[in-house]
Design a protein around this ligand. Structure first.
Ligand SMILES: [Zn+2]
Ligand SMILES: [Zn+2]
Length: 495
């Protein structure tokens, strides 16, 4: 369990307390990694993470944090607070799993631990505990130095398909923050200056009239026909929307298995994405019109059920530069021969699929570094920090961290939790979620976030600069929560 680290990395008298805070994370390693493993074991999905929340709250409480549960009226949302006064630094933690992706741990072959069970395919067990590591490191610093400052661990449920943070943002949970920091498990270490896509998720429900499909079809009104016509209409819409938008759908209820019955009920779940919320809204309204048309054509009744939404991520170059400095100052974990062999097994299990890192590395402006890193992309573990450069890239995905980034300067790092070429939401990611490589990434990420928060506490000018950057990026736009009032978070089973 114990990680191999070069323990002293911040030398000099001004760094004594900072180093002590980071050492404290190592001292608490078995607590932190134990929680990560426990959360992996229980693998609870969106808004049902009751046991995971208990593990985290117990640990925070034992470290002297003041816990508030049921935040924003969400049972599995909580905060843990330590310290007083300015600056108020938020550390975002997630802990929800994905359904149907259960996997035997540490096995480089697809095999469910529990058929149809849940699994941590996005590494949120690591995310939640790495953020815990950061929070307790910052607490140690505040305690030792008696400096002004508050650290708040935000227990954010339902990231996967739930946008827990967006619901929390709607209720003003993040409003007191000066800065928010977080991280995500990945196959490499780094901080990127990227935005993400805003999204809306909506269920279109059609209510028809059941009838015998042969005897009296003229009396029936097919809800399934309405779903099909909506989908066909949207196929034609796709040509006439902006390039960067995405419209995905899943038919979540076809109305049953009987072709000899006119289906009285059917529903389809839509996920609409675009670089900015107003663009998503515009497409959403056009999809609504198509859905109304489908209902009119089929004589069915349409119910539009807004599920959730997320805003685009607003990058912050000031925070990114500070995180990058610490990504390089905190020693990157070193790996044993056994770990390299372990990672090689997982890398080979991904077959010939194209390494998603290639595209990222190809964008590095420095050609020498680019060449060097391209050659490293064949290694089983990417034990380096990706060079940081400013860009206007948009991540072709979404995150509810986006909503926090509209409220206060927010930034996140990635840490190498998985073998090279492991994709998030894959069985390989679940399998590696309790391994020693993943464990090392939890401690590394926690130390990098804590070190950056400590730098911010000591240099509050940077906080004000980061706020100024956020103001200038937003211009005249103010944060408006994309989830309408009255819409409540819902679990997968409660959908
Ligand atoms: Zn995910
Ligand atoms: Zn995730």
């Amino acid at each position: 369990m114990v990680c191999q680290y070069n323990k002293i990395f911040y030398r000099g008298s001004e760094f004594v307390e900072k180093q002590r805070a980071l050492d404290y994370i190592l001292e608490r390693e078995s607590l932190i990694l134990g929680i990560s493993d426990n959360i992996w074991e229980v693998a609870e999905t969106a808004f049902e993470e009751h046991k995971s929340v208990e593990y985290l709250c117990d640990a925070l409480e034992s470290e002297g944090f003041e816990i508030e549960r049921n935040v924003a009226d969400i049972e599995t949302a909580f905060t843990g607070r330590y310290g007083e006064g300015y600056p108020v630094i938020g550390i975002l933690g997630e802990f929800d799993a994905l359904s149907g992706i259960s996997q035997v741990p540490d096995l480089a072959k697809k095999e469910a631990l529990k058929e149809g069970g849940n699994g941590h395919g996005c590494g949120h067990n690591l995310l939640g505990s790495g953020s815990l590591a950061a929070a307790i490191g910052i607490k140690k610093y505040l305690m030792d130095t008696e400096k002004s400052g508050t650290v708040i661990y935000f227990g954010c449920p339902g990231e996967e398909g739930g946008s827990g943070k967006t619901f929390m943002a709607r209720e003003g949970v993040f409003d007191e923050l000066d800065i928010a920091l977080t991280w995500h498990p990945a196959s490499v270490n780094g901080v990127a200056s990227i935005s993400s896509l805003a999204n809306y998720q909506i269920l279109y429900k059609f209510h028809g009239i059941s009838a015998h499909a042969a005897a009296n079809p003229h009396d029936g009104r097919s809800a399934l026909d309405a779903v099909e016509l909506l989908n066909i209409g949207v196929q034609f819409l796709r040509e006439h929307i902006i390039q960067d938008a995405r419209i995905h759908y899943a038919i979540t209820d076809t109305g049953g298995f009987s072709p000899n019955v006119v289906q009285p009920y059917a529903e389809v779940l839509y996920l609409i994405r675009a670089p900015e919320t107003p663009q998503v809204k515009e497409i959403y309204e056009r999809v609504n019109d198509i859905a109304k048309g489908a209902a009119l054509m089929t004589g069915t009744r349409l119910e539009i059920d807004f599920v959730k939404a997320a805003s685009n991520l607003v990058p912050n170059n000031i925070l990114e530069a500070m995180l990058y400095k610490n990504l390089n100052s905190v020693p990157i974990p070193e790996y044993t021969e056994d770990e390299i062999k372990y990672a090689k097994g997982f890398m080979e299990s991904t077959g010939e699929q194209k390494n998603p890192m290639t595209g990222l590395v190809m964008k590095i402006p420095d050609s020498e570094k680019r060449k060097l890193l391209l050659s490293k992309l064949k290694e089983p573990i990417l034990d380096f920090v990706l060079p940081y450069f400013k860009s206007d890239q948009v991540l072709p995905g979404s995150t509810d961290v986006g909503d926090v980034s509209w409220i206060c300067p927010t930034s996140q790092i990635a840490a190498a939790s998985w073998s090279n070429n492991t994709a998030a939401h894959s069985w390989q990611a679940v399998s590696q979620g309790k391994g020693s490589i993943a464990h090392k990434s939890v401690i590394y990420a926690g130390q990098v976030l804590a070190a950056t928060a400590i730098d911010l506490i000591n240099n509050t000018d940077k906080i004000e600069e980061a706020k100024e950057e956020l103001r200038s990026r937003l211009g005249d736009n103010e944060y408006v929560c994309p989830i309408p009032k009255g819409v409540k978070p819902r679990s997968i089973s409660g959908r």
